[in-house]
Design a protein around this ligand. Structure first.
Ligand code: FAD
Length: 382
């Protein structure tokens, strides 16, 4: 089923504070349509120009908005879904056609959640209702450098514990190789021997005064964890990345020369160092795939991505094996699958009672296995 061709914005309801759109709407188009109203949505993936709202809902998008709002699913007010038997169902308050979308949690259990992150295995999403938020008036990017992963882990835990996240629309942690590459590119004459081992980069958005207050508090927390302001990284990389949104385009460059295998996991903040240990071990095991770590701070916990760039023609099988081994090691380290798809199928199946409940739901909703066969460890087409 191709849903990319279904791309109308059906309703921008400023009174209810939500936008309803078809699944093929791309984020770039949606943000442009909301801007004249002074509104935005909570969660925007970094692949926004091409990523669709339906894909984001079905694959748990993350990115801009994760520190403040957590996950794409948390911003969904309700869904319109076509089931495998052709029946159409509206979830949340829209189950009542007189009411329409305005509340997600009502009537009974959260049926909306059944289809979020389901990778299309349980139904086809034909409309998504998303909460609107006012466009923040001011913005500032700030970077902090730390000696190692342990110190940045402690800093993020403290920021989350004190809930200093309301003005943080994006925060990423960057490891030493990324820092060294970016600084060397921007400042070729700078000495490289005393660069931080880890960086935390924050994109603050909100009222200027409120941003300043939070920045002061977070700088104090960073200092108490052994960190300090790291303006060079902001100037060399992060400010441009966020303000000019070059992350939207950088992926096109990657994909032009190679393919990228990405394995997203949810990482408890206290396991950031364990996550980095897994990445380090996989680099030793598979030196042929340059493995990158991408860490995004959420309201609670983190998302950790392992990215491997490979040549499609000659390395597909090997890259797949490397990712499967990485998936096993991450679960053993206390991380869990995020954006599950097929690569995590073996791990999802290993979560006994959870997996068997998923299979029962699949059997009930899609007995012939026609929807996204194989994803989430669910049976292949019969
Ligand atoms: C380098 C790189 C960076 C990335 N960065 C991010 C990021 O920052 N944030 C992020 O969230 N992701 C990220 N991704 C993951 C993901 O590939 C992108 O978000 C991607 O753009 C999603 O594409 P899409 O919206 O077209 O969804 P698709 O890839 O088309 O679909 C995603 C899943 O949803 C299902 N689906 C799609 N539409 C529907 C529908 N209408 N009903 C039911 N199921 C449906 C599909 O079957 C599939 O299982 C990244 C990937 C790479 C390689």
């Amino acid at each position: 089923v191709r849903t990319a061709c279904v791309h109308r914005i059906l309703d921008i309801d400023l009174d209810r504070g939500l936008v309803v759109c078809e699944p093929g709407v791309r984020f770039g188009a949606l943000l442009a349509a909301l801007k004249p109203h002074g509104q935005t949505i909570g969660l925007v993936p970094s692949t926004a120009p091409t990523a669709t709202v339906g894909g984001a809902a079905s694959a748990h998008a993350l990115g801009t908005g994760s520190p403040k709002f957590q996950s794409f699913g948390d911003e969904v007010a309700g869904l319109d879904v076509v089931l495998a038997n052709g029946e159409r169902v509206q979830t949340g308050s829209a189950a009542s056609s007189q009411a329409g979308f305005f509340q997600r949690y009502c009537i009974g259990p959260d049926v909306t959640g059944l289809f979020l992150g389901a990778d299309g295995t349980l139904g086809v999403v034909v409309a998504v209702a998303l909460w609107l938020h006012p466009l923040p008036p001011d913005r500032e990017t700030v970077c902090y450098g730390f000696p190692d992963a342990d110190s940045v882990q402690r800093c993020i835990m403290e920021i989350q514990r004190r809930e200093l996240v309301n003005n943080i629309w994006y925060a990423g942690a960057y490891e030493a190789p990324t820092i060294q590459t970016r600084i060397a590119q921007a400042f070729p004459d700078k000495p490289m021997d005393n660069l931080p081992g880890f960086a935390l980069a924050i994109d603050y958005r909100g009222e200027a005064e409120s941003i300043e207050q939070d920045e002061t508090r977070i700088a104090e927390i960073a200092k108490s964890c052994g960190g300090d302001h790291f303006p060079d990284f902001n100037e060399a990389y992060f400010n441009k990345l966020r303000n000019e949104e070059i992350y939207w385009y950088s992926y096109a460059g990657f994909f032009a020369i190679s393919r990228c295998a990405i394995l997203m996991s949810s990482v408890p903040t206290d396991k950031l160092t364990a996550f980095m240990d897994v990445i380090g071990q996989q680099r030793k095991n598979f030196p042929q795939y340059p493995l990158g770590a991408a860490i995004v701070m959420c309201r609670r916990g983190l998302h950790g991505g392992a990215l491997a760039f490979y040549d499609e023609a000659s390395q597909w099988q090997g890259a797949n094996t490397a990712m499967e081994e990485c998936a096993r090691a991450l679960v053993a380290a206390g991380c869990v699958p995020y954006k599950s798809g097929k690569v995590w199928a073996e791990q999802v199946e290993s979560f006994g009672p959870y997996s068997s409940l998923l299979k029962q739901l699949k059997q009930e909703l899609d007995p012939n296995g026609i929807l996204s066969p194989g994803d989430l460890g669910l049976a292949n087409r019969k």
